[in-house]
Design a protein around this ligand. Structure first.
Ligand code: URP
Ligand code: ZN
Ligand code: ZN
Ligand code: ZN
Length: 483
């Protein structure tokens, strides 16, 4: 059975034009005028765009003594409801656990996914076994490797380990990723704040000032450069980190920055709310920042120094957040946003004139697919691409609230915000998952997307590194003396 999307305007990262899209067996098979299919979806007055890709989620993640509350079923349902058709989650090996054993655990959890997904591999400890397993990870399609420079005593890796790991990633043709915060300084500041009686959720923000992020971002960039590997900085939240990324890119380094929709639209005043729950629900790392930092992030998206918008969706219930009553450092870190990223970015980005619709597609989908090397299977409206599409109605509006969301948690950090611009239809490999606003997701429909190593940027980087590698000078006429 074929499906045709009719009367819409196709919006991609670089083109805007009127055409119909014909879909068969999960793929786009034709784009053109007056197409016919067994089933018709009407896109009059709407934009037909590549479905969103969220490059940063934590579904059912073991963290800070609990598990994030959205699993692969509710998380991907939330994603599709908001126009996102693929998520990239993080495999987090336990201390001493092999990477492929951990990957198997994630594969077991994701069997219920409603949309396609891929994985980054996290390097949470270091040793010969990890070094060996990294090759197996690449062969199994997990080619990007995340390093936590924070969460001391838990997920954090030190610089020597990070350098060795980055070199390995470079040799394997993969992508190095960092959570960039100076974990040593955060630990010092946390201890001091608690000792002084600063125990509330606002102190979480005090313990992670922009400097800890700026310093770590710069350090990761320099280590990646020395190791010869491209670098992706997750959840870039402030000018200090953005400045380091901007400078690196101007110097020709292959570095990408990922602001979150939360940091773009919510600020640090949330932590001053007199309601403990309100503030604690917004505790995440890095914390929300002030308007100057937010303006910097928007400018980065506009100028291209920042490349993608993610959510870092890691949702905890109010009950879970309350583990940290009396000690902010025990509040599980993380916020949700999967359902809201696209409508919030459209409302606060496109409708305000900060972003064009084409830039919106680039930062929510196409750039991500290119950086993570799954383009044009994903992130494209092209013949042969997966039919992961969103028919976006710029006139449809709603007020965000926990009462009508797909996420399993009992609140929403964007509660009360009115968004204009929502999916009329969301298609996951041709399956209509949002049908005129109605949720019709299929549990288990999602498939794992393996990604190949050595995309063009890695090949370019290694060609340049080979060309400029230290070599002994071949000399003639060596003076023979002293004989
Ligand atoms: O606070 C956050 N960001 N929680 C999720 C884990 C991480 O650091 O990405
Ligand atoms: Zn992180
Ligand atoms: Zn994260
Ligand atoms: Zn299916």
């Amino acid at each position: 059975m074929t499906t045709v999307i009719k009367n819409g305007t196709i919006v991609t990262a670089d083109l805007t034009y009127k055409a119909d899209v014909l879909i068969d067996q999960g793929k786009i098979i034709e784009i053109g005028a007056n197409l016919k299919g067994d089933r018709t979806l009407d896109a009059t007055g709407a934009y037909v765009m590549p479905g969103g890709i969220d490059p940063h989620t934590h579904l059912e993640m073991p963290f800070m003594g609990t598990y994030s509350a959205d699993d692969f079923e509710s998380g991907t349902r939330a994603a599709l409801a908001g126009g996102t058709t693929m998520v990239v989650d993080f495999v987090l090996p336990g201390q001493g656990q092999g990477l492929m054993d951990a990957a198997q655990m994630w594969h077991n959890k994701s069997t219920r996914a409603n949309c396609d997904y891929s994985y980054h591999m996290a390097i949470t400890w270091w040793g010969q076994k990890v070094w060996e397993d990294m090759e197996a990870s690449v062969k199994a399609g997990m080619t990007s490797f995340k390093h936590f420079m924070a969460y001391k005593g838990a997920l954090m890796v030190n610089d020597d380990e990070m350098y060795q790991s980055f070199k390995r990633v470079g040799d394997l043709g993969g992508l190095a990723m960092v959570h960039a915060e100076n974990g040593d300084v955060v630990a010092e500041l946390t201890a001091k704040l608690l000792a002084e009686g600063n125990v509330g959720p606002e102190a979480h923000a005090y313990s992670r000032p922009p400097q800890v992020e700026g310093e770590a971002t710069n350090r990761a960039i320099m280590i990646a450069d020395m190791a010869g590997v491209p670098l992706y900085v997750v959840h870039t939240s402030c000018e200090d980190a953005h400045e380091a990324i901007r400078r690196a890119r101007l110097a020709g380094k292959r570095v990408w920055g990922e602001p979150l929709i939360q940091h773009l639209t919510l600020d640090e005043s949330e932590y001053q709310n007199p309601d403990w729950d309100h503030a604690a629900r917004r505790v995440m790392s890095p914390p929300f920042r002030n308007k100057l930092h937010q303006d910097s992030l928007w400018a980065g998206l506009q100028s291209g120094s920042l490349s993608v918008v993610a959510t870092d969706h890691c949702a905890f219930t109010t009950e879970q957040k309350r583990y940290g009553v009396g000690n902010f450092s025990k509040i599980p870190n993380g916020t949700g946003g999967l359902e809201d990223r696209m409508p919030m970015l459209w409302t606060y980005g496109v409708a305000t004139g900060r972003l064009t619709p084409n830039e919106f597609v680039a930062v929510t989908s196409t750039n991500i697919a290119k950086i993570l090397n799954c383009y044009p299977q994903k992130g494209a409206v092209l013949v042969g691409a997966d039919a992961d599409l969103v028919v976006w109605d710029p006139e449809k509006s709603k007020t965000i609230g926990a009462a009508n969301q797909q996420s399993a948690i009992d609140y929403n950090v964007f509660e009360g915000k009115t968004v204009k611009g929502l999916p009329r239809y969301t298609l996951s490999r041709g399956v209509v998952s949002v049908d005129d606003g109605e949720i019709k997701t299929r549990e288990g429909h999602g498939k794992f997307i393996a990604r190949e190593a050595r995309p063009a940027v890695n090949r370019a980087l290694s060609a340049w590194k080979d060309l400029t590698a230290p070599r002994p000078v071949a000399r003639s006429g060596v003076p023979v003396t002293g004989v």
